[in-house]
Design a protein around this ligand. Structure first.
Ligand code: SER
Length: 608
């Protein structure tokens, strides 16, 4: 069946609504309350409190959504036929409602009757049992009951058939994954779903979340039976339209056409194919990160900012290879925003920010490349001088033609000069680079960066008390800023670790020490008053009517949670929050600085 991404989204969401699911908005790409991940990598992140049973979801126990996801673990694979750093995931959720039978039956019904896949094209995998957790024979029986023969049901270990938790601890469980057989030859006798040769493409995953990974790393029963499913939009339309790569699907057509136009080429050959795909993928991901409703991620050197910088710089580098002129990031972003804005209106709302950040980073990087090239030349002449000197002493001296790992890393770290470029330039003059040494230096650096992002090892659940209190403090801070500085102070970004909160907001100038003190006092006053925090569910329109600050894009009529702290603060939010402001400790602003033009950043803590 020929189908577009728009048609697939509509079909999916309509189908699951017909099975009693409520349509909810997808969440921001920037995770709230979870210091262990940089981006939303799956639909489950924003739903963790509900999956854990800590809270009731305002929209009920059966939900369906489309979630923007960023996964950069496979960033180096981008350029092949199926890996992407940004993708859309369609999901249906049971919050302790239906379980395996319904989930698998509906997956099968949707794949075969709605999308028209033949049951013969379908192979599935199930969890084979490990560490005292039994094999998922129930899933096997359900698939068999639907007519999938045993030889197309693969029993695989945890590595393949287990999902979650999203961070270090939290809800997780065995899954059953659905693959489309492309009909290609097996790459070898061991070829099976999960093999990367491209014969089997995974398009959907049903996770049965009935376990919790606790702080000791043990899997214990969660006491709830949730279902989390995820269908990849790009891969599914690729398979349905019988295409070879995700870059041939309708979502990438305008993007690829623009890359061709800008490079002045009608076809890409050889390495150009990969370069064009990297530009397409990375520009799409960067546009979505910068255009996110929550904002707060800008190109930088640490954590999520660093990932964004890397995506943009890699796109710039590959665009140069294709002969694309400077300024292209704006043109690419415009195509991407125009294509997606009807599904993700936040892209249009943040168009200006997207374009200005991209152009700034593109020009900073071009400068960097020029400076890096000068530094590279210096490094080479240093080696050559040493060679000449040694040769003058000892005619048998073997000339050094290696750029050390340390030098290559310095070029990268200090000058932003990518390893790949160092290797390429070195090769042109008969030099090599000690890549292992470079990788070692790089690894050390990354460990440091991760340590800076926050306590990467400690999960959301482990620190739920600290992060919940800081989250509540964030609402108080937001309201206090509006009182002290004015109503124009709107949230632009928020990030919470177990130790501190970070809050970005619109305000044109540096806060004075008096203003900082006034904000602290106001927040601490509310803490002292021990205000009861109430949570009500209402539609987004009712919430706005009630004067609640609403930061995320909700659909018309969508049920949302409104958290009220006395007369002081009222915000639409997914939570969780404390029940009282009383025992939060003392609120202290540690830092107030500029985040970007017109946006200030506060870092604050709760001292016990
Ligand atoms: N969380 C699962 C996945 O990402 C299913 O949604 O595959």
């Amino acid at each position: 069946m020929k189908i577009t991404a728009d048609e697939l989204r509509t079909k999916y969401l309509t189908f699951f609504q017909s099975k009693g699911h409520t349509l909810i908005s997808g969440a921001s790409l920037i995770p709230e309350n979870d210091p262990t991940v940089l981006f939303t990598t799956a639909g489950m992140h924003p739903l963790v409190p509900y999956l854990m049973g800590k809270q009731e979801h305002p929209a009920g126990t059966r939900l369906t959504d489309v979630q923007k996801c960023v996964r950069t673990g496979d960033i180096d694979e981008v350029g092949d036929s199926a890996h992407l750093t940004f993708f859309e995931m369609l999901g249906n959720w049971s919050l302790n409602d239906y379980f395996k039978k319904e989930a698998i039956n509906w997956s099968y019904e949707f794949l075969t009757q709605q999308l028209g896949f033949s049951p013969d094209q379908l192979s599935v995998t199930v969890f084979k049992g490990e560490d005292g957790i039994p094999a998922d024979e129930e899933a096997v029986e359900i698939w068999k009951g639907l007519g999938i023969p045993d030889e197309r049901i693969y029993r695989l270990p945890r590595e393949d058939n287990w999902w979650g938790p999203a961070g270090e601890t939290g809800p997780c469980g065995p899954d059953t994954e659905m693959f489309i057989d492309t009909g290609k030859e097996k790459c070898g006798p061991d070829c099976r779903p999960g093999c990367h040769c491209g014969k089997y493409i995974e398009i959907w995953n049903d996770v049965f979340m009935q376990y919790n990974k606790n702080e000791e790393g043990k899997f214990v029963p969660l006491g709830r039976h949730n279902v989390d499913t995820g269908m990849g939009v790009e891969r599914t339309i690729c398979m349905m339209n019988g295409l070879d790569t995700v870059y041939d699907t309708d979502v990438f057509q305008p993007i690829m056409a623009k890359i061709k136009e800008l490079s002045g080429k009608t076809e890409f050959v050889g390495d150009e194919v990969r370069s064009s795909r990297v530009v397409a993928d990375h520009m799409r991901t960067s546009t979505f990160i910068l255009g996110d409703q929550k904002g707060g991620v800008t190109p930088g050197n640490i954590g999520a900012n660093y990932v964004l910088r890397r995506l943009i710089r890699s796109a710039v580098r590959h665009a140069r290879k294709l002969g694309i002129a400077p300024g292209f990031t704006e043109k690419m972003a415009c195509v991407i925003i125009d294509e997606y804005k009807h599904v993700y209106p936040e892209l249009e709302q943040n168009r200006e920010r997207v374009i200005s950040e991209l152009l700034q980073e593109e020009s900073r990087f071009s400068k960097t490349l020029d400076e890096g090239k000068r530094e590279f030349d210096k490094c080479i002449s240093g080696i050559q001088r040493k060679n000449d000197f040694m040769a003058s002493k000892d005619p048998a001296y073997v000339k050094d033609t290696t750029i050390s790992g340390k030098q290559a890393f310095k070029l990268y770290d200090t000058y932003g000069y990518p390893l790949e470029m160092t290797v390429e330039l070195a090769a042109e003059i008969g030099f090599t680079v000690d890549v292992d040494g470079y990788n070692e230096a790089f690894k050390k650096h990354q460990e440091l960066s991760r340590a800076n992002v926050g306590s990467a090892k400690s999960g959301l659940a482990e620190h739920s008390e600290e992060t919940t209190a800081l989250h509540t403090a964030t609402h108080l801070l937001h309201a206090a800023l509006k009182q002290v500085l004015g109503e124009h102070c709107n949230q632009k970004g928020s990030n919470i670790t177990a130790e501190r909160l970070r809050f970005d907001f619109t305000h044109g100038e540096k806060m004075t020490p008096e203003q900082i003190k006034a904000v602290e006092d106001l927040v601490n006053e509310q803490i002292k008053k021990d205000i009861k925090i109430t949570r009500e569910m209402m539609t987004i329109e009712e919430a706005k009517e009630a004067g609640a600050t609403a930061l995320f894009a909700a659909k018309y009529g969508e049920q949302v949670s409104v958290y009220t702290m006395g007369d002081f603060s009222k915000e639409v939010c997914t939570g969780p929050h404390l029940e009282h402001t009383g025992d939060m400790g003392v609120f202290k602003i540690k830092k107030e600085e500029s985040s970007s033009a017109g946006v200030r950043r506060i870092k604050a803590v709760l001292q016990k």
